[in-house]
Design a protein around this ligand. Sequence first.
Ligand SMILES: [Zn+2]
Length: 333
Amino acid sequence: MSNPTIESADDRVPPLSLPAGSLSRSDRRYGYEVGVDPPDIEPIEHQIRLDFINGERIRSDHLLSDYNHWTYDADDPSTDPWLRGPAKPNGLQLAEESCLYRVKEEERFFECPEDSAVIADAPVYLAAQLEEVREHDDTESALEKARERRVNWYRESIPGKNLYQILKKSSYGTLISGGKGPSLATAALTEDNVFEGTVVVSEDTDPKKYARQQNLPEEFVYRESEFTHADSDPAPSIVDFGIELPAPLLIGCFVNGSRYPFIPWGDGLTCSCPYKHDQAWRVMCKHELLASNICGFESSSIFIPSVRGIDIPHRERRFVSPEIVATHRPTTN
Ligand SMILES: [Zn+2]
């Protein structure tokens, strides 16, 4: 089955062929292979993005100065680094609640690992894990181990090793260096960090020549090798996602000088930076946190606003799955 294609409103812009892994799971053309394709966007990732979109804007005075994840223990509330530090941002509180809620929601998959109708609803990675469990000699203990790993991911790794890590002055702080306090307008955030609409061409295409042929502004036509992740091992290339070049794509240009494409994937977008892809269990990088903040305060929507460049189709700016938006109910206790 051929990939669906999105035509751009501007006929100078090439169409985007959406890879099978970028589609909604309810689309019959959806396809994803665990361990072969770049990490999927798990439902919790979409939920965390929504939590940060709905939460207050993250300021410098929310961020941790020094934090070592080895000191964090999910079973010991006194190790929460925000307890003695700055006020915990409410987006993070919502995200932590969402993680705990998912633990409860996923119990049914561990109760009926043999029931393919139930497992069909499980996130793809978990479904693959449960399939492995079924092939195990000692199914019961394999199932228990898989459950422990999953619960540990939600309770310990996502907050302690990922979200708290990026909410440090040395991480997210490098993107909002001008933001000293609550009075600073969000405008500064989007002046320093810009999302632009671009066309990315293959390595054997001359971007300037292509721009002239298509009558596109040449400053917004790139080769992938011009982006920051190009020389970095953990980062998959655009082609690894199954995207055919030339393709219209949204690029994040950040105040610290890095530039990363946001790739249509898992019914949303994923940042192509090495931090995100170095460890498949990471659910958010600082660039995606920034995108959530900008979505929340610039447009209050699930679309990342593109402030300059080429007019690209909406699908390339849609950061969160509409299906998750329809069902996610953020709560804090
Ligand atoms: Zn990133």
